[in-house]
Design a protein around this ligand. Structure first.
Ligand code: MF3
Ligand code: CO
Length: 249
């Protein structure tokens, strides 16, 4: 069941969203070779708590940390660790959620560590652009899979593959609500989009094939073929006059 949000509720969600955005911008500036992913995680948790919010992922189905930090061939849900040190040339996806006054915000970015290859940079750019293009379709009267198809078409036109085993989601008083928001699908299909829907749109893009495997920690998803993967996510409210990104500034 899709839960529509009032404008007042969307304003509350924007509070959570702005905290998430602030965390990601702060972390983007901290990322460099030699630091550990646990360092980033502890920093993120401090910012969230200082803002009067709570980390959304920590404790969710037993997830142990504030961030998901996924490097190179890791697609999503990499667990921050003191044993994982960033190296020059890595690409790092940072995914973070916060809950404030009962509402959730959820967003992700993929950032370069030191100097990366042109090809890795292009993967990140295509992923960010796919997210933007998908968000543009989040208008009342469109269908859900108009978002999905726009993302898929942009990714595949650039020679990459969208992940199918993980999808975006509705978000509100829960981190995951209906509907699921796939990054593939047919235009003009799926439920009608309405003002008051809030969606976490999150393309996961692989340089090689689309298949993924969950590793032995039961969280970290990696590409089956070992290829690089990037991730970008925003929490987006659908208003009468179009999309409002809640995890922007
Ligand atoms: N952005 C991811 C999602 O929406 C992060 C969830 S991590 C978890 O599914 F630990 F909370 F599951
Ligand atoms: Co999400």
């Amino acid at each position: 069941m899709v839960i529509l949000k009032s404008l007042q509720e969307i304003e509350k969600m924007q509070k959570a969203g702005r905290i998430v955005a602030a965390v990601l911008e702060e972390l983007r500036g901290l990322v460099r070779p030699g630091i550990t992913t646990l360092y980033l995680d502890e920093h993120a948790e401090k910012i969230i708590l200082a803002a009067g919010a709570k980390p959304a992922f920590k404790g969710y189905r037993g997830y142990p940390r504030t961030l998901c930090t996924s490097i190179n061939n890791q697609v999503i849900h990499g667990i921050p660790s003191k044993d994982v040190t960033l190296r020059p040339g890595d690409i790092l996806s940072i995914d973070v959620g916060a809950v404030m006054e009962g509402f959730y915000g959820d967003a992700a970015i993929t950032v370069p560590v030191g100097k990366i290859t042109a090809e890795a940079g292009r993967l990140i750019k295509v992923t960010e652009d796919a997210l933007k293009i998908g968000i543009e379709k989040a208008v009342p009267g469109n269908r859900l899979f108009d978002i999905s198809a726009a993302i898929q078409e942009h990714v595949e036109a650039n020679g990459y593959a969208v992940v199918r085993e993980f999808v975006g989601h509705g978000i509100g008083r829960s981190l995951h609500e209906d509907p699921q928001v796939p990054n593939f699908g047919e235009r003009s299909k799926g439920p009608r989009l309405q003002a008051g829907m809030v969606l976490a749109i999150e393309p996961m893009v692989n340089m090689g094939g689309s298949a993924t495997v969950v590793t032995e920690d039961n969280w970290t998803a990696v590409t089956a073929d070992g290829s690089l993967s990037a991730h970008a996510e925003h929490t987006v409210a659908i208003l009468e006059d179009g999309p409002l990104i809640l995890t922007g500034q």
